[in-house]
Design a protein around this ligand. Sequence first.
Ligand code: COA
Length: 180
Amino acid sequence: METIRKFSAKNGMEIILRPASPDDSSGIIKTLKSPAPERSYVLTEHGGKSVQSERNYLKSLNTEKNLLLVATTGSEVIGTLAALQADEGRRPESFNIAHIGLHIMESYRGFGIGSQMLEYSIEWAREHGFKIVDACIFTTNTIAPNIFKKAGFAEEGSKTRKVRFGKECIAEVSVVKCLD
Ligand SMILES: CC(C)(COP(=O)(O)OP(=O)(O)OC[C@H]1O[C@@H](n2cnc3c(N)ncnc32)[C@H](O)[C@@H]1OP(=O)(O)O)[C@@H](O)C(=O)NCCC(=O)NCCS
């Protein structure tokens, strides 16, 4: 597959998809800070808390088994996707599973960019020997399930008390796609 992909988003803007480099760290953090009612744990639990930690994370990333993808306008990062090997590759039984999380800057949503990023990551996962890709979505997130369904993911069970805010528990659903 081509590592760098260009396409026109639905708003006519030219978008470039490419693997992230350490110099994208501040753009990635800015994107992740863009408002969203729900966030991807996959994206926020790794380095991505500060620019420096993101930079360190990107420098140390094993890119044979992990993808950190950015969508840019050429000058600005406006989307980011992580496809990370399950259990950091330590367990043979989950060696071929990649967890996906993605986040598009608020003002760039709805233009097909997330779908293009997801397609890229599925192709990348296939080429890198993964057999299963999955993602976890809070059930309060009404938009994200659509993009995964569109890409052929199926819902596979839920955890009814994934997180608790005050007295309210929020459930999470897994979406899975087999690549065989
Ligand atoms: C979920 C998210 C990544 C979608 O990215 P996006 O670039 O806006 O998505 P796309 O434009 O490619 O839309 C893909 C599909 O999602 C659905 N969708 C997009 N925006 C929607 C909206 N506002 N309402 C309902 N469905 C919507 C549609 O089914 C759409 O397909 P269609 O255009 O053929 O109708 C983006 O909204 C986001 O970053 N949200 C915050 C973070 C998050 O929820 N991450 C997911 C957890 S892993």
